[in-house]
Design a protein around this ligand. Structure first.
Ligand SMILES: [Zn+2]
Length: 270
């Protein structure tokens, strides 16, 4: 026999072994599927559960086209991701809700699956590998709900005549989108609290402060009788998180208030 013939025989042998193995495994699979209470219970569970998992795309791509090489080099990918999020906020909120729903449902589903497998009947096992095979096929039958997404942020720059083009990318996930959504929620709440602090600055409160300060400017001491216009001022500005409460309010005259703006130092005086 020459070398080629030997190779051929070896190849035929390998293919024959493989075929026999596949046939045997299929027979075993049919036997296991017929006898496994766990797998049939799982199939029933799947019928009910299939509808409760949201199906969404798992990959999203956003391309930032830069106007200069310098801008390309300075790409802040997280900032671009935020830009993408803000441009499609309701779309991403929908995705977040669906993924959170899937995560909760998946936990319940996994618990159900564990329970089904733990309470399986094993008296039909013939040999030591049946448990291993049943477990393998049981896991193959389990539903695989979508629990994460991949967001690819691409940054590109092409030189004016198209001579050079550059591409950089970074991948983000559900947790990143979730962080951005929380950051924006906090910003909105801060905005709302600023509006609220302005709203509770009533005439009555204003009068209380003026009276407490003897109707005089807390910095230079002028009064309305001296011809000054008096204001009630936030020592620590609302824009910086200051509150509308007596300890943060003081009387200032026009002149003193004018130079102040939203500046603030530790003493509250400027
Ligand atoms: Zn003053």
């Amino acid at each position: 026999m020459n070398q080629e013939q030997v190779m051929l025989i070896v190849l035929i042998f390998i293919l024959a072994t493989l075929s026999i193995w596949i046939i045997l495994e299929s027979i075993l699979f049919a036997y296991i599927k017929k006898n496994s209470s766990a797998i049939s219970k799982l199939i029933d569970l799947n019928k009910n559960k299939e509808q409760s998992f949201h199906k969404i795309n798992t990959t999203y791509t956003y391309i930032k086209r830069n106007k200069s090489k310098k801008a390309f080099d300075k790409t802040d990918f997280y900032k671009v991701l935020k830009e993408y999020y803000l441009g499609n906020e309701s779309f991403f909120i929908d995705i977040i809700n669906k993924l959170e729903h899937n995560l909760v449902e998946a936990t319940l589903y996994d618990q159900n699956c564990d329970m089904i497998f733990a309470s399986r009947i094993t008296d039909w096992y013939r040999g030591i590998n049946f448990e291993k095979r049943e477990k393998f096929w049981f896991n193959r039958f389990k539903l695989k709900p979508i629990k994460d997404i991949s967001i690819i942020i691409k940054s590109t720059y092409t030189s004016p005549k198209g001579k050079n083009s550059y591409l950089a990318k970074r991948e983000y996930h559900f947790s990143d989108i979730k962080n951005i959504s929380n950051e924006i929620k906090q910003q909105n709440e801060f905005q709302k609290s600023k509006q609220y602090q302005r709203l509770i600055m009533t005439d009555q409160l204003r009068y209380t402060v003026l009276k407490r300060d003897n109707f005089r400017c807390c910095l230079c001491g002028v009064s309305a009788q001296d011809g000054a216009t008096l204001h009630v001022d936030h020592i620590f500005p609302i824009s910086k998180g200051g509150k509308t409460e007596l300890s943060n309010l003081r009387t200032l005259c026009d002149q003193c208030n004018l130079g102040k703006g939203a500046k603030y130092d530790d003493t509250g005086l400027n």
